[in-house]
Design a protein around this ligand. Structure first.
Ligand SMILES: [Zn+2]
Length: 231
């Protein structure tokens, strides 16, 4: 089995040997970012590594049990995906329970995953596959095609409201429960309102805070919303 062995991640390239160069580069990137991520989230990986392998066209995502499928047609310069997918590991078992049972919570699970993708990326824009991480989007929506832009922005907003720079980590800890009541209780305690209320109120708050959303750099927005330390 053609296996690229890193310290914190591995990549089985057998399903797409022609992308072995990308896989090797992704393992090197992952070895730099995964320990940073787990330290930031206070997550003990034990002896586990993030195990990646090539899937078919557009078959991409975290499958559970430390396995990450990487689409064989992934763009050459998409590195941050390994940060994003490794966040999902830290969200188990809740992510498995709630993600499909109540789709509105996808915004939080994907939001935290892409929040850390942007925050821990070297270019502060998600190290990077297309323009979606470069700027804030005009629309805020839970639709699947918008969730990777709307989610991290919403998490940054909640962090701003909580006045706690460690809020996203605490949210991630809570998402691990997979319990909607526990999530509501957490949000009420930290931000003052339950999830549905926050979600309903956000578009108006967003419209007030952002004058020219398309032209606003995403990382500038994060730091503007959260004028404390980045960690
Ligand atoms: Zn995801």
């Amino acid at each position: 089995m053609p296996m690229i062995e890193g310290t914190y991640c591995t990549f089985d390239t057998s399903a797409c040997e022609e992308r072995a160069k990308y896989a090797k580069e992704l393992v090197a990137y992952g070895d730099g970012k995964i320990p940073q991520l787990f330290e930031t989230l206070g997550f003990d990986r034990g002896d586990n590594k993030v195990n990646m392998f090539f899937g078919g066209e557009n078959q991409h995502g975290y499958l559970g049990n430390w396995s990450v499928q990487i689409a064989k047609n992934i763009p050459e310069n998409d590195w941050g995906t390994v940060i994003h997918e490794a966040v999902h590991i830290t969200q188990e078992p809740g992510v498995q329970v709630l993600y499909f049972a109540q789709p509105k919570f996808k915004l939080l699970y994907e939001g935290v995953a892409d929040y850390y993708r942007v925050l821990l990326s070297s270019d502060r824009q998600g190290d990077h596959h297309d323009d979606s991480k470069r700027s804030l989007h005009a629309c805020f929506s839970l639709a699947p095609e918008h969730i990777y832009e709307s989610g991290p922005e919403f998490v940054a907003y909640l962090r701003h409201c909580s006045k706690d720079p460690t809020f996203p980590k605490a949210l991630n800890d809570n998402l691990r429960t997979g319990d909607p009541d526990a999530i509501d209780e957490f949000l009420r305690d930290r931000v003052g309102f339950k999830y549905d209320t926050l979600l309903a109120g956000y578009p108006n708050a967003r419209a007030r805070d952002i004058k020219r959303p398309i032209r606003t750099n995403r990382f500038d927005f994060f730091t503007a919303m959260m004028p404390t330390t980045l960690k």
